[in-house]
Design a protein around this ligand. Structure first.
Ligand code: ZN
Length: 287
């Protein structure tokens, strides 16, 4: 009897020890696995914001690289949405120095932002003076020269009305409009300082060479406006505030206001008939 009891106790001990060993040995490999993968995940997460923060190039190249792959399948409208949201470089549109930066009533520029590569594009303007509003960022200026030359080949003579605008100038303008029309109305046609695309040096208001209807709604329907609507994308420009998109862009139709974004994005936007806001899949700007 006592022998049987000993055997039972021994069995219990063996089982208990076996269970104990099992308990401590089985989790350890999985624990080290998961801690290993945790480290990897953290490395990835730390690496990406670091790269984004350090490289301004990324803001420029990523949207350009990301979307031409979509242009091969323009039948699927959900693709840019997925791309915009799934991409860790989602914030590239906030890079003030990116040629693809998005500025609107919701997304402003950093305090006192000024582009560092402003030049005078060699094109006709409605005025002679070499002043601030004649300037644009280098890449946009070169594209504008080609655009004006291309228009002339088609017998269309354009003139620049207003390009770069510093925050100080925008402040003066906006305050003048507020005095004249009140703030609510002024906001529908003029940007609050720091929220004007003209401050990026990538946008320009264009008219016919006679300067008639410069930055006015009567420019719509002119042969110059039609030429711009048809050909601006060939030079990397878009009509930034298209007709019928006020709920998204926050601005009424401005057929004279063109914005440089580079050929890839411009072509994509024009092919789809969308706005820069829709391209980046951001919340519509309603006011
Ligand atoms: Zn404008």
């Amino acid at each position: 009897m006592s022998k049987k009891l000993k055997i039972i106790i021994l069995l219990i001990v063996v089982i208990a020890v076996g269970w104990g060993i099992g308990k401590y040995t089985t989790p350890s490999p999985s624990a080290s696995d998961s801690s290993g993968s945790n480290i990897n995940v953290q490395d990835d997460l730390q690496a990406k914001p670091g790269e984004d923060g350090n490289s301004t190039e990324e803001g420029i190249t990523d949207p350009v690289v990301a979307n031409p792959s979509n242009t091969t399948d323009p039948s699927d409208p959900s693709e840019p949405d997925n791309d915009g949201k799934g991409n860790s470089t989602d914030d590239s549109f906030k890079e003030p120095d990116s040629i693809a930066v998005m500025v609107n009533k919701e997304y402003g520029l950093p305090e006192n932002y000024k582009p560092t590569d402003l030049v005078y594009p060699e094109v006709r303007f409605t005025f002679k003076e070499k002043i601030e509003k004649r300037m644009m960022r280098k890449e946009a200026a070169e594209a504008l020269e080609k655009l004006f030359a291309g228009a002339e080949e088609d017998g269309i003579y354009l003139a620049g009305v207003s390009a770069y605008r510093s925050k100080e100038t925008q402040t003066r303008l906006f305050n003048r409009y507020v005095k004249k029309d009140g703030e609510e109305l002024a906001r529908t046609y003029s940007a609050v300082p720091g929220y004007s695309e003209h401050q990026t040096g990538l946008a320009i208001d264009v008219s016919g060479s006679d300067g008639k209807c410069a930055a006015e709604s009567c420019f719509g329907g002119t042969k110059e406006a039609e030429w711009l609507a048809q050909h601006a994308t060939e030079y990397g420009y878009i009509i930034r505030f298209p007709e019928g998109k006020q709920d998204i862009t926050g601005y009424k139709y401005e057929p004279w206001h063109i914005r440089y974004v580079g050929k890839d994005i411009a072509t994509y936007i024009a092919d789809k008939g969308i706005t820069l806001e829709e391209y980046y899949d951001v919340v519509p700007v309603s006011k």
